[in-house]
Structures are given as C-alpha cells and as structure tokens.
Design a protein around this ligand. Sequence first.
Ligand SMILES: *[C@@H]1O[C@H](CO)[C@@H](O)[C@H](O)[C@H]1NC(C)=O
Ligand SMILES: *[C@@H]1O[C@H](CO)[C@@H](O)[C@H](O)[C@H]1NC(C)=O
Ligand SMILES: *[C@@H]1O[C@H](CO)[C@@H](O)[C@H](O)[C@H]1NC(C)=O
Ligand SMILES: *[C@@H]1O[C@H](CO)[C@@H](O)[C@H](O)[C@H]1NC(C)=O
Ligand SMILES: *[C@@H]1O[C@H](CO)[C@@H](O)[C@H](O)[C@H]1NC(C)=O
Ligand SMILES: [Ca+2]
Length: 527
Amino acid sequence: MLYLVALLSHCLPLAMGQYDICKSWVTTDDGPSWEFYACQPKAMRMKDYVTVRVDPAGITCGDPPERFCTHENPYLCSDECDASNPDLAHPPKLMFDSEDEGLATYWQSVTWRRYPEPLLANITLSWNKSIELTDDIVITFEYGRPTIMMLEKSLDNGRTWHPYQYYADDCMEAFSMPARRVRDLSTTSANRVLCTEEYSRWAGSKKEKTVRFEVRDRFAIFAGPDLRNMDNLYTRLESAKGLKDFFTVTDLRMRLLRPALGGTYVQRENLYKYFYAVSNIEVTGRCKCNLHANLCTFKEGNLQCECEHNTTGQDCGKCKKNFRSRSWRAGSYLPLPNGSPNACAAAGSAFGNCECYGHSNRCSYIDFLNVVTCVSCKHNTRGQHCQHCRLGFYRNSSAELDDENVCIECNCNQIGSMHDRCNETGYCECKEGATGPKCDDCLPNYYWRQGCFPNVCDDELLLCQNGGTCYQNQRCICPVGFKGVLCQQSRCEADKKDCDGASSARSSLGAILLGVLALQLCGWGDL
Ligand SMILES: *[C@@H]1O[C@H](CO)[C@@H](O)[C@H](O)[C@H]1NC(C)=O
Ligand SMILES: *[C@@H]1O[C@H](CO)[C@@H](O)[C@H](O)[C@H]1NC(C)=O
Ligand SMILES: *[C@@H]1O[C@H](CO)[C@@H](O)[C@H](O)[C@H]1NC(C)=O
Ligand SMILES: *[C@@H]1O[C@H](CO)[C@@H](O)[C@H](O)[C@H]1NC(C)=O
Ligand SMILES: *[C@@H]1O[C@H](CO)[C@@H](O)[C@H](O)[C@H]1NC(C)=O
Ligand SMILES: [Ca+2]
C-alpha cells in the first residue's frame, strides 16, 4: 500500500488538483524520507451511495392504480400509475438511476385528490457518513416544480435536523421570510439560510425543471466567478467559524409542501394534475475525512475514508492506537498550497517517552525533577501522562484511558456529602445520616431537610405520646394540654395555668380519667 501510494505520487502530475496527495517520498539533505500533506478525496456523485426514504407511507402513486394528467394537457387524464406494473410504476429508486436513453424515469406521488388537505411528502437521503458538498444540489422535477418546498439537513445521521433552504413562489406568504438570492450574499453571510423564489414560479413544466441548492454561488463569494481563486476559499473554510460545517451533511431532506399549480389557483374540479414527480437528485460532494485521506471507498454498503497520517475511524476522526501521544486534530488547508497534515504521532516519538493518552498536545520538561510531563491535560484528566482523573471526577470503567469520556464527574450532593470527591466507583463520602452513591438519600431513621437529620418521631420506637401525631418524622403535633418532644409532658405539670379544657382532645378512657384527675387537682383550684 505504502509503495503504491509512493509510486502514484511520483507519476501523477501535480496539476491534478490541490490536496490530492497525503504523502510523498522526498529526498532532502538528510537523505530520502516521507513528507506529509493535508489531503482529501475527490468529489463523487453521491447519489450512487445514498439510501432513500419517502414519507408518509402510501405517498408513492400506484397502490391502488391511479390516473393522472398534466398541466399542459389537463383534460386528457389517461396516464396511469400502477405500482404492480414495472412499466407504469414510479418507485423512489428512479430518482437515482442513470437515464442513458434520455428518457426521464421518475418517482411520482399520489395526486392531490384529498384537497384541501395539504399534499405533503418527505424525501430523505442518508449516507451514514459525513459528506462535504462541492457542487450544487440539483433536483429535477417532471410536470412542474413545487410551489412550496424546503430543504433540510442533518449532520448527525438524522438525529437533529436544520433548515438548509426555503423555496416558495411567495416567500413572505409561505414562510414569512423575504425573498433573497444566493448571488446577493456577502462574505459575512455566505452561510445564511434563506428563502428563494427563483425555483418555484410557474414557467411551463418543460422549461424550468430544476430546483437548486447553490453551493457554487456560495463558493464564488470567496473564490470568484468560475471558482478561480480556490486558495481564498480554502483559507476561508479554515478560518470562518461554521463555514465548513455549513457545507457538510450526513442526510438531506426535501420537504415537498405544495405541488406545481400551473400558474393559477387550485382547480378543485381537476385534482388529477397536482402531484410531485422527481426524476433526478444530483448531489456532488466528497467524503469528509478531516484532510487525513485521499480515498473514500464503499465497503459493505458504507462509505469509509481510507485514513492516512496514522488516523482511523469512518471520518479519520481519531488517532490510531499507539499513536496518541498528542490529541487528534483535523488536517488544515493552511498554509497554502499543501496544508498541514497534523498527523497523529506514535507514543514515545516526541519528547522521550511522554504519552498523554491524547488528552494534551504539549509536553514540557521540568528541569529540577528531570521529568517530561504533559501540559494542560484536557477531558478532566490530570497527572504526568494525563492518566488520572481530576479531583471531583472518577474513572469510567468502560472507557479506555485515551477516551474523551474517561473521567466522569462525581456529582456528589452538595449538602449530603463531605466534599465533592468520590472513590473509583463514583461513590461520594457522606455526612452522618446521608447515604446513596451521591449522598442524596437518608439512612433509615433519618429524614431529609437540607441534609439528613435523625428522626424526632416515627411509627416504631419514637412514638408520639398522649395521642400526639408524628409530622414527617420531624416533630410531634401534640394535643392541647401536652407538650415536649414526644408530647410526653402534661402542660399542667409544667405550668398550672395551662390545664383548661385539656380533656377535649383526648380519646382513650385512661386519658380522660387522667384529665379529670388533672382538672380536679389543679383546674378547680384556680377558679
Ligand atoms: C417530514 O419531516 C418533518 C421533520 O423534518 C416532519 O415534521 C414532518 O411531519 C414530515 N412530514 C411527513 C409528511 O412525513
Ligand atoms: C453506519 O456506519 C457505521 C460505521 O461504518 C457502521 O458501523 C453502521 O453499521 C452503519 N449503519 C448503517 C445503518 O448502515
Ligand atoms: C504512521 O506510522 C508509521 C508506522 O510507525 C510511520 O512509518 C509513519 O511515518 C507514520 N505516519 C505519519 C504521518 O506520522
Ligand atoms: C463511559 O465511556 C463510554 C465509552 O466511551 C461512553 O459510551 C459512556 O458514555 C461513558 N459513561 C459516562 C457516564 O460518561
Ligand atoms: C466505593 O465506595 C462504596 C461505598 O462505600 C463501596 O461499596 C465501594 O466498594 C467503593 N469502591 C472502591 C473501589 O473502593
Ligand atoms: Ca431518473
């Protein structure tokens, strides 16, 4: 493999483009050696690697078979869609085939027979791989373009979605957005999400068939017309925050919200001419390999970067094992023209033997200790090799030492625990009465109130006396005439003025007798 690449890099003319070569065998004053460069795969026709999903179920025409007509010929509704007949079926895969004979093949939706209920369809394209767009997305509609649609994108395999562009014949009415054109964007707004009216107006279904997401026009803001100044674009992609990500997707979704209307209002008496038909979706882009690969292969149904620079992963997004002496970094387009490979380095290659498990980019020699130590350990690690967890964190036993998630926060309850440190299994040290891994529970016979306190009363040993009731283990609510923590003390005993009416709250015979006795003993005397 190494030799092959070396050979290739010798034979290929340098003119084939920027960032095409990951390394080359060069001769220097010190003899021959490898030189490494930032590199990226070539752009490809991404529709060849996509999986598609069309929603909702039943939106594809032909089941049951259905007749339709066109805006050009609205009274001749003799065309038929029949899913069970290959010649009359319009399944989703026809959006991605190659149309060699020039005959359009297309996916088609059911007609708008449910009007005025909206005719909605989602076409979701997934690559299970991050892709960097390099040219316009071009969607070709037969029989007219939608009057309202939206393009969405995902960067995380469909977990979250973001608007990418809005399309309508009237942006204000459809989306409450002013209509704009990508050509009018400036360097500071090149990644703005906008609504355009350019691709939604009726112009005859044969004449204007395409809807675009204009990647080239946005590139041209930096690279000039015809993209002649790519250096400037690459510089911007590297420096402008979020610009690279703007052109990166793992999934795309077309939300078709209203079909072509033929330049007029909806005619209820003929709903067979309203539907969507998409013959092609062209997506041109390259695998995102973080400038660590110049090849991207399709293996077992998945795109995969062929990583160089001792990186690994689907996007070359981490360092290979034993090459983690500093943390992983993407390659950079800068400095021009070859960029920086930012390769992963073997443990032990830099600075004697300072392994930092990928949590630090820097080692430093400490003179008086005569040791090399990692500097500014990240990911909540610490230590000479970033091999320990910071105080307040503990080791994630299911993660390797070079994993970003290796240290987990202790999360000790601030009130229940002695401090915010914990042991190797995440257990905090609890104050008296508190328990649980995080000290946010109380032991039996303790109650929680800004910390754990011993029960004052309960239903077992610390019973409230004389008919008193225990309130949340915190105190006894005593009947009139009694007091004390457990209502164990008669008020008469403590203070003779308190004996009036003391009998009223008591229920047991014994208590009543006691009360009577108390009345006789002290109550009458006072009157
Ligand atoms: C299309 O996808 C959006 C989310 O992006 C969802 O809210 C909507 O319900 C979907 N529409 C249909 C018709 O499935
Ligand atoms: C997506 O790609 C990853 C990495 O190549 C693979 O492990 C996973 O099985 C793929 N998922 C699907 C649904 O193909
Ligand atoms: C990657 O590791 C191999 C094997 O140790 C080494 O020969 C090569 O030079 C390394 N590549 C880079 C870019 O560091
Ligand atoms: C522990 O590490 C694994 C592997 O990286 C990770 O999936 C998991 O989320 C981590 N656990 C916590 C609590 O962070
Ligand atoms: C951490 O503390 C808990 C509770 O005290 C204990 O059960 C566990 O064994 C301790 N773990 C270690 C590794 O010491
Ligand atoms: Ca087609």
